[in-house]
Write a protein that binds this ligand. Structure first.
Ligand SMILES: Nc1nc2c(ncn2[C@@H]2O[C@H](COP(=O)(O)OP(=O)(O)OP(=O)(O)O)[C@@H](O)[C@H]2O)c(=O)[nH]1
Ligand SMILES: [Mg+2]
Length: 383
């Protein structure tokens, strides 16, 4: 039986990974290939899982830690998908604050599961506005030094750097960013695309399916700085049952809610990495609305619109910001209190978790020279 291809798409919070996963999955389906998706977070209640499932793709969710710390869960989830769906292609999206993925996920997968999977080169996606700011090519809000350390490590280990969202950029700004990526990170490949518009996906897919021409360097990384950088990011996941006295427009509700959380965070000078909220009506089958915000001073947007108004539904809020968990909790709780003030809406919080990610302690950490498949006993390539 042919080995399934295993694609991992890394990149910082809000870069557009899930949008890219969805578009690649659609493209692969059009080529009559079966796809299995794997999402990941420090906790459960994931916007990404609900979104990808709503499009009818089989999704496994790894919660409670990143892929590197939950390597066995990742391997088991892949085996479950293989058993139930026999995917030709797996696409896995790690947590957006994770790095060192080649040493802790790619190489161990190659070594232990090399007879099942062909591990694709690692794609790392970037939001160009965020990148221009973090690389100090343009002014604008960024993160603390240790968070920027993680961001840069993600780019350093990339086989393919994907500059996403080119629909937002003038050619000169794209050129500036391309040159900086080449100068600082010299990735094996640099691609620019718009996941949202589906532009450049064919090039990406063909880059993923080609072997790398150069042998990868092992990433040098200080796990103390990495852990401290991750711990500067507060995490909030919550699920809420929403009931209204009369039908309401869920799209306006989503954008308004994101707007209120944005204003409250800005007033406290907390930089949002990614705020995403889904609203799934209890009726209307697969309908889903998703609103996002990828920077405190950017505009909230509706990435998926609800087709009909609703009276009851499930709200999922995932907020990642440079802030303490307690502040995130009070920002969101105060927002919910405000939404219920006129008595029209009732919000019942079913689950709310706020925390800082724990220190990453990978199950395995290998050098590229140790990534040969044990099963084949030969040299394992990235093809
Ligand atoms: N303009 C534009 N927006 C995009 C594009 N791709 C993604 N986005 C938007 O960027 C935001 C974040 O996208 P996601 O796909 O959720 O990003 P992510 O990297 O999966 O985020 P995390 O899972 O939180 O790390 C959403 O509002 C998307 O609609 C693109 O090509 N162009
Ligand atoms: Mg995502």
């Amino acid at each position: 039986m042919a080995k399934a291809r295993y694609i991992m798409i890394g990149g910082f919070l809000g870069a557009g990974k899930t949008t890219g996963v969805l578009q690649l999955a659609r493209l692969l389906n059009q080529q009559n290939l079966r796809v299995g998706l794997i999402t990941n977070d420090q906790s459960h209640g994931l916007v990404d899982t609900s979104l990808l499932s709503s499009h009818g793709f089989p999704v496994e969710e790894i919660t409670g830690g990143c892929f590197c710390c939950k390597f066995n869960s990742l391997a088991n989830a892949s085996t479950r998908l293989s058993k139930n769906q026999q995917p030709d292609v797996f696409i896995a999206e790690p947590v957006g604050s994770c790095t060192d993925l080649k040493a802790t996920v790619d190489y161990p997968l190659r070594r232990m599961y090399g007879d099942n999977y062909r591990i694709a080169p690692l794609s790392v996606m970037v939001d160009p506005i965020r990148a221009l700011r973090i690389l100090e090519l343009e002014p604008g809000k960024s993160f603390s030094r240790k968070v920027v350390y993680i961001y840069r490590k993600q780019l350093e280990e990339a086989d393919i750097i994907i500059i996403n969202k080119i629909d937002l950029l003038q050619p000169e700004r794209l050129q500036t960013l391309r040159q900086a990526m080449d100068r600082h990170f010299s990735p094996a490949r640099l691609l620019a695309l718009s996941a949202r518009q589906g532009r450049g996906l064919d090039n990406w897919l063909s880059a993923i399916t080609k072997p790398l021409s150069c042998s990868p360097q092992d990433l040098e990384i200080d796990y103390t700085i990495y852990a401290e950088g991750e711990a500067l990011l507060g995490w909030l996941n919550c699920s809420v049952q929403l009931t209204s006295k009369s039908p309401f427009d869920g799209n306006t509700f989503l954008l308004d809610t994101v707007g209120v959380i944005q204003r409250r965070s800005r007033a406290l000078n907390k930089e949002i990495a990614h705020l995403k909220i889904t609203l799934t009506p209890d009726e209307h089958g697969q309908d889903i609305g998703v609103a996002n915000l990828v920077g405190s001073d950017l505009s909230p947007e509706l990435s998926h619109s609800l087709k009909e108004s609703l009276e009851t539904g499930q709200l999922i809020v995932n907020l990642r910001a440079e802030s303490t968990p307690d502040i995130l909790r009070s920002v969101v709780q105060d927002t919910f209190a405000g939404l219920q003030q006129n008595g029209e809406l009732d919000l019942k919080v079913e689950h709310m978790e706020c925390f800082r990610p724990n220190r990453p302690t990978p199950t395995h950490r290998l050098k590229s020279s140790e990534s040969e498949s044990l099963a084949e006993g030969g040299h394992s390539s990235a093809s």
